[in-house]
Design a protein around this ligand. Structure first.
Ligand SMILES: [Zn+2]
Ligand SMILES: [Zn+2]
Ligand SMILES: [Zn+2]
Length: 253
């Protein structure tokens, strides 16, 4: 399985528009973070995790020519803003999109012209599929386990594929979800910044969850500029925990 971090930034991206802080003006490219999205390639299939507003550039930058399915964590713009840009992938067949029922409804409201009976020519052909929390499913034939994640008070979804789990916009996890996260080789999990936030884990809250889940390796995502410079934060983390950065890519068994 190949994992590629297409974007590792929070909703504003880094640099933030208009910001002159040391992270937003850093010459280190690892401090430049497009909105969070991960590409998983396994058994000849390419599965996209979230499709934010930087999706178009992420596909071009990563030279991705083929997608088999898209899994959506929740309806916030930084996770769905790129859905219209799936058009080039819809030339020959529809693209399967998986999301929880309320998120499917939100997508239809957000881009209604895509779902009208008489479609404007050229709109993307998106095949929406409801994910039922607690019920494993297959996307492009690949088994997926949905994981309930609490984004503050908002229930959203993370996804486990093989021994990799993607949990974005996490504040807390319900107790019963930990059993679904046993034996992970790679855990991908939010760490917005060091200071408290009501709907996202801090770095120390992410480290607490990593201790409970005990993956072989953990990669932090959805970082904001106030987390600090990549090179400095990476040094403060335990050996098996890393700050992910855009274009980081590796294979696991
Ligand atoms: Zn987000
Ligand atoms: Zn900044
Ligand atoms: Zn969110």
């Amino acid at each position: 399985m190949k994992i590629t971090f297409l974007g590792t930034g929070t909703s504003t991206g880094v640099p933030e528009i208009g910001c002159q802080c040391k992270v937003c003006t850093s010459p280190d490219k690892r401090d430049w973070r497009l909105r969070t999205s991960v590409l998983v390639e396994t058994e000849g299939k390419a599965i996209l995790l979230d499709c934010g507003p930087d999706f178009r550039w992420q596909m071009i930058r990563n030279k991705t020519y083929h997608l088999d399915a898209v899994l959506i964590s929740h309806e916030h713009y930084d996770h769905v803003g790129g859905l219209d840009d799936l058009r080039p992938f819809c030339r020959y067949h529809g693209v399967d999109i998986f999301a929880e029922e309320d998120v499917v409804e939100a997508i239809k409201t957000r881009i209604p012209y895509v779902f009208r009976e008489h479609k404007y020519p050229g709109v993307p052909n998106l095949e929406l599929h409801d994910v039922t929390p607690g019920q494993p499913f297959t996307a492009a034939g690949i088994p997926v386990i949905p994981i309930r994640v609490m984004h503050g008070k908002l229930p959203i979804l993370g996804y486990r594929i093989g021994n990799m789990a993607y949990l974005t916009d996490v504040k807390t996890l319900p107790d019963e979800e930990y059993a679904k996260l046993k034996g992970l080789d790679v855990l991908i999990i939010t760490a917005l910044r060091k200071e408290y936030h009501p709907t996202h884990e801090t770095v120390s809250e992410a480290l607490d969850n990593i201790k409970l889940i005990r993956p072989k390796e953990a990669y932090l995502i959805h970082m904001g500029h106030s987390i600090g410079l990549h090179a400095e934060v990476e040094k403060e983390l335990p050996q098996h925990v890393h700050l992910a950065y855009d274009e980081l890519s590796f294979e696991i068994d």
